[in-house]
Ligand binder design. Sequence first.
Ligand code: 5AD
Ligand code: FES
Length: 347
Amino acid sequence: MYKELIDRLERENILTRDEYLTLIKNRSKITEYAAKRALETRRKYYGNKVYIRGLIEISSYCRNNCYYCGIRADNKNAERYRLSAVDILDCAAEGYRLGFRTIVLQGGEDGFYDSAFISAIIKLLKHRYPDIAITLSLGEMSFNDYKRMKKAGADRYLLRHETCDRAHYGKLHPAEMSFDNRQRCIADLKALGYQTGVGFMVGSPFQTEENLADELIYLKELQPEMVGIGPFISHRDTPFSKYESGSAELTVFMLSLIRLTLPRVLLPATTALATVDPFGREKGLKAGANVVMPNLSPVDVREKYMLYDNKACTGEEAAQCLNCLKQRVKNAGFEITTDRGDYNNEI
Ligand code: 5AD
Ligand code: FES
Protein backbone atom coordinates (compact mmCIF):
# COMPACT_ATOMS: atom_id res chain seq x y z
CA MET A 1 0.00 0.00 0.00
CA TYR A 2 2.84 2.43 0.84
CA LYS A 3 4.56 1.38 -2.34
CA GLU A 4 1.44 2.28 -4.32
CA LEU A 5 1.43 5.72 -2.73
CA ILE A 6 5.04 6.30 -3.71
CA ASP A 7 4.34 5.06 -7.24
CA ARG A 8 1.41 7.45 -7.57
CA LEU A 9 3.49 10.29 -6.15
CA GLU A 10 6.15 9.53 -8.75
CA ARG A 11 3.56 9.60 -11.55
CA GLU A 12 1.45 12.53 -10.45
CA ASN A 13 3.85 14.51 -8.19
CA ILE A 14 1.15 15.14 -5.62
CA LEU A 15 -0.65 13.33 -2.82
CA THR A 16 -3.26 14.46 -0.32
CA ARG A 17 -2.13 15.71 3.03
CA ASP A 18 -3.41 12.51 4.67
CA GLU A 19 -1.50 10.36 2.19
CA TYR A 20 1.70 12.27 2.87
CA LEU A 21 1.01 11.84 6.57
CA THR A 22 0.54 8.09 6.15
CA LEU A 23 3.89 7.85 4.42
CA ILE A 24 5.65 9.94 7.07
CA LYS A 25 4.18 7.90 9.91
CA ASN A 26 5.16 4.62 8.26
CA ARG A 27 8.44 5.77 6.79
CA SER A 28 10.52 2.94 8.23
CA LYS A 29 8.73 0.54 5.87
CA ILE A 30 9.21 2.58 2.72
CA THR A 31 12.34 4.76 3.06
CA GLU A 32 14.48 2.73 0.68
CA TYR A 33 11.83 2.49 -2.00
CA ALA A 34 11.10 6.22 -1.76
CA ALA A 35 14.81 6.98 -2.15
CA LYS A 36 15.03 4.71 -5.19
CA ARG A 37 12.13 6.41 -6.94
CA ALA A 38 13.38 9.88 -5.97
CA LEU A 39 16.81 9.03 -7.37
CA GLU A 40 15.23 7.90 -10.62
CA THR A 41 13.22 11.14 -10.80
CA ARG A 42 16.27 13.33 -10.31
CA ARG A 43 18.08 11.30 -12.98
CA LYS A 44 15.34 12.08 -15.48
CA TYR A 45 15.90 15.81 -15.13
CA TYR A 46 19.49 16.20 -14.00
CA GLY A 47 21.27 12.93 -14.82
CA ASN A 48 23.90 12.18 -12.19
CA LYS A 49 25.09 15.78 -11.99
CA VAL A 50 25.57 17.45 -8.64
CA TYR A 51 25.65 21.25 -8.65
CA ILE A 52 28.06 23.10 -6.42
CA ARG A 53 27.44 26.49 -4.82
CA GLY A 54 30.25 28.42 -3.16
CA LEU A 55 29.01 29.78 0.12
CA ILE A 56 30.48 32.98 1.57
CA GLU A 57 29.26 33.80 5.07
CA ILE A 58 29.64 37.55 4.98
CA SER A 59 28.52 38.51 8.48
CA SER A 60 27.71 36.81 11.76
CA TYR A 61 25.93 39.86 13.16
CA CYS A 62 22.19 39.36 13.40
CA ARG A 63 19.42 41.54 14.77
CA ASN A 64 17.05 38.61 15.23
CA ASN A 65 16.55 36.23 18.12
CA CYS A 66 15.29 32.98 16.62
CA TYR A 67 15.23 30.53 19.53
CA TYR A 68 17.13 27.85 17.62
CA CYS A 69 19.99 29.83 16.12
CA GLY A 70 23.52 30.14 17.48
CA ILE A 71 24.13 33.60 16.00
CA ARG A 72 20.96 35.11 17.52
CA ALA A 73 21.45 38.67 18.75
CA ASP A 74 21.21 37.78 22.45
CA ASN A 75 23.93 35.13 22.32
CA LYS A 76 26.72 37.03 24.04
CA ASN A 77 29.09 34.09 23.56
CA ALA A 78 28.91 34.30 19.79
CA GLU A 79 31.98 35.97 18.32
CA ARG A 80 30.96 38.40 15.66
CA TYR A 81 32.68 39.23 12.39
CA ARG A 82 31.89 41.02 9.20
CA LEU A 83 33.87 40.43 6.02
CA SER A 84 35.05 43.55 4.20
CA ALA A 85 34.25 44.11 0.54
CA VAL A 86 37.83 43.07 -0.25
CA ASP A 87 37.47 39.85 1.78
CA ILE A 88 34.27 39.00 -0.07
CA LEU A 89 35.83 39.64 -3.47
CA ASP A 90 38.88 37.56 -2.53
CA CYS A 91 36.71 34.61 -1.49
CA ALA A 92 34.74 34.89 -4.69
CA ALA A 93 37.94 35.01 -6.76
CA GLU A 94 39.17 31.84 -5.09
CA GLY A 95 35.78 30.25 -5.68
CA TYR A 96 35.82 31.19 -9.34
CA ARG A 97 39.33 29.82 -9.71
CA LEU A 98 38.20 26.54 -8.18
CA GLY A 99 35.38 26.29 -10.71
CA PHE A 100 32.38 27.61 -8.80
CA ARG A 101 29.85 29.35 -11.05
CA THR A 102 27.36 30.13 -8.32
CA ILE A 103 28.40 32.36 -5.46
CA VAL A 104 26.10 32.52 -2.44
CA LEU A 105 26.34 35.56 -0.18
CA GLN A 106 24.84 34.54 3.13
CA GLY A 107 24.69 36.35 6.42
CA GLY A 108 22.76 37.24 9.52
CA GLU A 109 20.39 40.19 9.33
CA ASP A 110 23.16 42.70 9.79
CA GLY A 111 21.85 46.24 9.36
CA PHE A 112 25.37 47.34 8.45
CA TYR A 113 25.18 45.59 5.08
CA ASP A 114 22.36 47.35 3.30
CA SER A 115 21.07 46.70 -0.18
CA ALA A 116 23.29 49.49 -1.58
CA PHE A 117 26.46 47.78 -0.33
CA ILE A 118 25.32 44.37 -1.52
CA SER A 119 24.31 45.79 -4.89
CA ALA A 120 27.77 47.29 -5.35
CA ILE A 121 29.35 43.88 -4.62
CA ILE A 122 26.96 42.15 -7.01
CA LYS A 123 27.82 44.59 -9.82
CA LEU A 124 31.53 44.14 -9.28
CA LEU A 125 31.25 40.36 -9.25
CA LYS A 126 29.05 40.26 -12.34
CA HIS A 127 31.41 42.58 -14.17
CA ARG A 128 34.42 40.43 -13.34
CA TYR A 129 32.73 37.08 -13.81
CA PRO A 130 29.85 37.45 -16.27
CA ASP A 131 29.20 33.71 -16.28
CA ILE A 132 28.36 33.33 -12.60
CA ALA A 133 25.01 33.22 -10.85
CA ILE A 134 24.67 35.16 -7.63
CA THR A 135 22.50 33.83 -4.87
CA LEU A 136 21.65 35.94 -1.84
CA SER A 137 20.68 34.65 1.58
CA LEU A 138 20.47 37.73 3.76
CA GLY A 139 17.12 37.42 5.45
CA GLU A 140 14.10 39.67 5.48
CA MET A 141 14.25 43.00 3.64
CA SER A 142 11.83 45.41 2.01
CA PHE A 143 10.46 44.97 -1.51
CA ASN A 144 12.58 47.90 -2.67
CA ASP A 145 15.77 46.41 -1.23
CA TYR A 146 15.09 43.11 -2.99
CA LYS A 147 14.31 45.03 -6.18
CA ARG A 148 17.51 47.02 -6.07
CA MET A 149 19.67 43.90 -5.62
CA LYS A 150 17.80 42.12 -8.42
CA LYS A 151 18.47 45.05 -10.73
CA ALA A 152 22.13 44.94 -9.71
CA GLY A 153 22.27 41.37 -11.05
CA ALA A 154 21.28 38.96 -8.30
CA ASP A 155 19.75 35.78 -9.72
CA ARG A 156 18.49 33.78 -6.77
CA TYR A 157 17.46 34.22 -3.14
CA LEU A 158 17.30 31.71 -0.30
CA LEU A 159 14.91 32.53 2.52
CA ARG A 160 13.72 29.53 4.47
CA HIS A 161 10.14 29.94 5.61
CA GLU A 162 11.15 27.80 8.68
CA THR A 163 7.62 26.38 9.09
CA CYS A 164 4.39 26.84 7.17
CA ASP A 165 2.34 26.64 10.36
CA ARG A 166 1.67 30.02 11.96
CA ALA A 167 1.34 28.63 15.50
CA HIS A 168 4.54 26.61 15.12
CA TYR A 169 6.33 29.68 13.79
CA GLY A 170 5.29 31.47 16.96
CA LYS A 171 6.97 28.80 19.08
CA LEU A 172 10.28 29.04 17.21
CA HIS A 173 10.55 32.83 17.20
CA PRO A 174 10.08 35.73 19.60
CA ALA A 175 6.99 37.93 19.26
CA GLU A 176 8.83 40.62 17.27
CA MET A 177 9.26 38.20 14.39
CA SER A 178 6.34 37.87 12.05
CA PHE A 179 5.14 34.90 10.08
CA ASP A 180 3.29 37.24 7.74
CA ASN A 181 6.36 39.35 7.01
CA ARG A 182 8.34 36.25 6.15
CA GLN A 183 5.64 35.10 3.75
CA ARG A 184 5.50 38.64 2.32
CA CYS A 185 9.25 38.49 1.64
CA ILE A 186 8.91 35.16 -0.17
CA ALA A 187 6.06 36.51 -2.31
CA ASP A 188 8.10 39.63 -3.14
CA LEU A 189 11.13 37.58 -4.17
CA LYS A 190 9.01 35.47 -6.48
CA ALA A 191 7.26 38.52 -7.94
CA LEU A 192 10.63 40.15 -8.65
CA GLY A 193 11.76 37.13 -10.65
CA TYR A 194 14.34 35.68 -8.28
CA GLN A 195 14.77 31.92 -8.46
CA THR A 196 13.48 31.46 -4.94
CA GLY A 197 14.48 28.96 -2.28
CA VAL A 198 12.50 28.22 0.86
CA GLY A 199 12.92 25.53 3.47
CA PHE A 200 12.58 24.30 7.00
CA MET A 201 14.36 22.34 9.68
CA VAL A 202 13.42 18.71 10.24
CA GLY A 203 12.81 17.78 13.87
CA SER A 204 12.64 21.34 15.15
CA PRO A 205 11.10 21.67 18.62
CA PHE A 206 7.30 21.25 18.62
CA GLN A 207 7.22 20.05 15.01
CA THR A 208 4.70 17.25 14.43
CA GLU A 209 4.39 14.71 11.63
CA GLU A 210 1.26 16.62 10.62
CA ASN A 211 3.41 19.74 10.21
CA LEU A 212 5.70 17.83 7.87
CA ALA A 213 2.75 16.68 5.75
CA ASP A 214 1.60 20.31 5.59
CA GLU A 215 5.08 21.36 4.45
CA LEU A 216 4.76 19.17 1.36
CA ILE A 217 1.39 20.71 0.48
CA TYR A 218 2.84 24.18 1.07
CA LEU A 219 5.81 23.47 -1.22
CA LYS A 220 3.55 22.07 -3.92
CA GLU A 221 1.47 25.23 -3.90
CA LEU A 222 4.42 27.62 -3.78
CA GLN A 223 6.49 25.84 -6.47
CA PRO A 224 9.86 27.21 -5.33
CA GLU A 225 12.90 26.62 -7.54
CA MET A 226 15.00 25.54 -4.55
CA VAL A 227 14.26 23.91 -1.20
CA GLY A 228 16.77 23.77 1.66
CA ILE A 229 16.08 21.38 4.51
CA GLY A 230 18.30 20.02 7.24
CA PRO A 231 17.88 18.56 10.69
CA PHE A 232 17.47 20.94 13.61
CA ILE A 233 20.68 20.73 15.68
CA SER A 234 20.69 22.13 19.18
CA HIS A 235 23.15 24.89 20.01
CA ARG A 236 24.35 25.17 23.60
CA ASP A 237 23.85 28.93 23.90
CA THR A 238 20.26 29.12 22.70
CA PRO A 239 16.88 28.71 24.42
CA PHE A 240 16.57 25.37 22.58
CA SER A 241 19.83 23.95 23.93
CA LYS A 242 18.00 21.13 25.72
CA TYR A 243 15.94 19.98 22.76
CA GLU A 244 16.92 16.89 20.87
CA SER A 245 18.32 17.32 17.37
CA GLY A 246 16.43 16.11 14.31
CA SER A 247 17.43 12.85 12.68
CA ALA A 248 19.26 12.16 9.45
CA GLU A 249 16.82 9.37 8.72
CA LEU A 250 13.72 11.62 8.71
CA THR A 251 15.56 14.38 6.83
CA VAL A 252 16.58 11.94 4.10
CA PHE A 253 13.02 10.63 3.81
CA MET A 254 11.70 14.20 3.50
CA LEU A 255 14.26 14.86 0.74
CA SER A 256 12.79 11.93 -1.20
CA LEU A 257 9.23 13.15 -0.77
CA ILE A 258 10.26 16.66 -1.86
CA ARG A 259 12.01 15.34 -4.97
CA LEU A 260 8.94 13.29 -5.90
CA THR A 261 6.64 16.26 -5.28
CA LEU A 262 8.77 18.86 -7.10
CA PRO A 263 10.69 16.77 -9.64
CA ARG A 264 12.87 19.59 -11.00
CA VAL A 265 13.65 21.32 -7.73
CA LEU A 266 17.25 22.18 -6.82
CA LEU A 267 17.68 20.38 -3.54
CA PRO A 268 20.87 20.56 -1.47
CA ALA A 269 22.27 17.88 0.77
CA THR A 270 23.00 20.36 3.55
CA THR A 271 25.88 20.83 5.96
CA ALA A 272 23.43 20.24 8.83
CA LEU A 273 22.69 16.79 7.40
CA ALA A 274 26.43 16.12 7.11
CA THR A 275 26.78 17.22 10.74
CA VAL A 276 24.30 14.73 12.25
CA ASP A 277 25.51 11.82 10.11
CA PRO A 278 29.05 11.37 8.77
CA PHE A 279 27.53 10.04 5.54
CA GLY A 280 24.62 12.46 5.57
CA ARG A 281 25.60 14.16 2.36
CA GLU A 282 25.93 10.89 0.47
CA LYS A 283 22.65 9.61 1.88
CA GLY A 284 20.94 12.84 0.84
CA LEU A 285 22.27 12.61 -2.71
CA LYS A 286 21.16 8.99 -2.97
CA ALA A 287 17.66 10.00 -1.86
CA GLY A 288 17.06 12.78 -4.39
CA ALA A 289 19.25 15.78 -3.46
CA ASN A 290 21.29 17.30 -6.30
CA VAL A 291 23.19 20.27 -4.85
CA VAL A 292 26.06 20.70 -2.37
CA MET A 293 27.18 24.02 -0.94
CA PRO A 294 30.78 23.98 0.26
CA ASN A 295 32.09 26.85 2.30
CA LEU A 296 34.31 29.52 0.75
CA SER A 297 34.49 31.72 3.85
CA PRO A 298 37.98 32.43 5.21
CA VAL A 299 38.95 29.62 7.62
CA ASP A 300 39.60 32.05 10.50
CA VAL A 301 35.94 33.13 10.60
CA ARG A 302 34.31 29.75 10.02
CA GLU A 303 34.09 28.89 13.70
CA LYS A 304 32.21 32.11 14.28
CA TYR A 305 29.36 31.30 11.92
CA MET A 306 28.00 28.57 14.17
CA LEU A 307 24.27 28.28 13.74
CA TYR A 308 24.41 24.94 15.59
CA ASP A 309 26.98 22.87 17.51
CA ASN A 310 29.66 20.70 15.83
CA LYS A 311 29.12 22.11 12.35
CA ALA A 312 30.89 20.04 9.68
CA CYS A 313 33.71 21.30 7.44
CA THR A 314 34.70 24.33 9.51
CA GLY A 315 38.40 23.50 9.51
CA GLU A 316 39.02 22.94 5.82
CA GLU A 317 40.29 25.37 3.21
CA ALA A 318 37.88 25.87 0.32
CA ALA A 319 40.10 23.92 -2.04
CA GLN A 320 40.47 21.01 0.41
CA CYS A 321 36.78 20.88 1.11
CA LEU A 322 35.99 20.89 -2.59
CA ASN A 323 38.42 18.04 -3.26
CA CYS A 324 37.00 16.05 -0.40
CA LEU A 325 33.48 16.66 -1.67
CA LYS A 326 34.38 15.75 -5.24
CA GLN A 327 35.72 12.43 -4.05
CA ARG A 328 32.73 11.75 -1.84
CA VAL A 329 30.24 12.68 -4.51
CA LYS A 330 32.04 10.44 -6.97
CA ASN A 331 32.11 7.54 -4.53
CA ALA A 332 28.36 7.94 -4.09
CA GLY A 333 27.95 7.51 -7.86
CA PHE A 334 27.51 11.12 -8.95
CA GLU A 335 29.58 13.78 -10.60
CA ILE A 336 30.16 17.39 -9.65
CA THR A 337 29.48 19.79 -12.47
CA THR A 338 30.58 23.39 -12.74
CA ASP A 339 27.50 24.38 -14.77
CA ARG A 340 25.64 27.33 -13.32
CA GLY A 341 22.81 24.93 -12.56
CA ASP A 342 19.74 27.06 -13.09
CA TYR A 343 16.27 25.70 -12.55
CA ASN A 344 15.50 23.37 -15.44
CA ASN A 345 12.39 24.78 -17.06
CA GLU A 346 12.72 23.05 -20.39
CA ILE A 347 11.78 19.45 -19.84
N1 5AD B 1 19.97 23.79 13.48
C1 5AD B 1 19.73 23.61 12.16
N2 5AD B 1 19.51 24.60 11.30
C2 5AD B 1 19.55 25.85 11.78
N3 5AD B 1 19.33 27.03 11.18
C3 5AD B 1 19.49 28.01 12.11
N4 5AD B 1 19.78 27.48 13.30
C4 5AD B 1 19.80 26.13 13.14
C5 5AD B 1 20.01 25.03 14.00
N5 5AD B 1 20.24 25.20 15.30
C6 5AD B 1 18.92 27.15 9.78
C7 5AD B 1 17.63 27.94 9.66
C8 5AD B 1 18.05 29.16 8.86
C9 5AD B 1 19.29 28.69 8.15
C10 5AD B 1 20.22 29.77 7.77
O1 5AD B 1 19.91 27.81 9.06
O2 5AD B 1 16.66 27.19 8.95
O3 5AD B 1 17.09 29.59 7.94
FE1 FES C 1 34.05 19.68 3.42
FE2 FES C 1 34.79 17.05 3.31
S1 FES C 1 33.05 17.99 2.48
S2 FES C 1 35.85 18.75 4.18
